[in-house]
Design a protein around this ligand. Structure first.
Ligand code: SAH
Length: 262
């Protein structure tokens, strides 16, 4: 694949693994390198979160291998996914490991990269647009503004492996910075009450964004005190992101003129 005026795309040699992010969903948010990888790879090992429309851009004779980890459903062990990548690479395949968002943001990309390194497999890392920042931006929520915050916290509501969280939410709340929370749904009430114990007011603006950049996209505006009840009433479910902080309340100033992602 080549694009006029762009630097040439790298070769994808046999026996190499490319660990790439697919962005939040809409395939137009793929990077050019991820698109090149889709058009070139022999085998595509993909997460459940990777949008079908992105996978449709692959080479038609490539092999699609679902290896998704999805909260609540049986999913392959990380060990087995690592093994697939290593075996396929050793068999001389060009392996694309495609993950939702960015591979190194709550995506277990490190586990895979270090397993490949230990196995002596050559690999490349292709960043993707992480869903937390993309979903917020597309909803009209800035991660930072000069007036509100000069730091932003990306946090995971629960760990994909066992559904627990070791995060000290009250300590994060005390930093007074907005929090973009991945995987917030399974422990929403607990997290909200811990943030409140850390001093975040119940009227702190929040936005809950479900299935950003897909047909199922929904944005729920609420407050820290009401979001758990509002989410339950509205039937918001995974995949979703929760933005907590003053920035979440700014979008109303844009909505009259903000054109949606479509
Ligand atoms: N590596 C990914 C995150 C993987 S963790 C990234 O950088 O985006 C999976 C979580 O990401 C989901 O539970 C959800 O919180 C979030 N997520 C991913 N895609 C999403 C989307 N299109 N809309 C809303 N949340 C999304």
């Amino acid at each position: 694949m080549s694009f006029p005026g762009f630097p040439p795309m790298p070769d994808f040699p046999a026996g190499e693994v490319w660990l790439a992010g697919a962005g939040p969903g809409d395939p137009r948010l793929l990077t050019l390198l991820a698109l090149h990888a889709l058009a070139t790879a022999d085998d595509i090992v993909h997460d459940a979160l990777v949008d079908r429309r992105a996978l449709d851009l692959r080479r038609p004779d490539s092999v699609l291998i679902p290896a998704g980890k999805r909260g609540g459903k049986p999913s392959p062990h990380q060990r087995d996914i690592n093994e697939i990548l290593i075996e396929r690479a050793r068999a001389g395949r060009r392996v694309l490991r495609l993950k939702g968002g960015d591979p190194f943001v709550f995506g277990r990309g490190w586990d895979e990269a270090s397993a490949l390194a230990a196995a002596g497999i050559r690999f490349r890392i292709i960043p993707g647009i992480t869903s937390g920042l993309a979903a917020a931006a597309l909803a009209g929520i800035p991660a930072t503004t000069r007036d509100t915050n000069h730091a932003v916290i990306l946090a995971a509501g629960h760990r994909a492996e066992d559904g627990t969280s070791t995060t000290d939410w009250a300590a994060l709340a005390k930093l007074g910075q907005p929090i973009i929370l991945y995987m917030p749904m399974s422990q929403l009430e607990d997290i909200v009450s811990a943030l409140r114990q850390g001093g975040m007011g119940e009227r702190t603006p929040v936005a809950l964004i479900q299935s950003a950049t897909t047909e199922g996209e929904r944005v729920l505006e609420s407050t820290l005190g009401s979001v758990a009840a509002d989410a339950a009433r509205e039937g918001i479910g995974a995949p979703a992101l929760l933005v907590v902080g003053a920035v979440a309340g700014l979008r109303s100033q844009l909505l009259a003129n903000l054109v949606g992602w479509r």
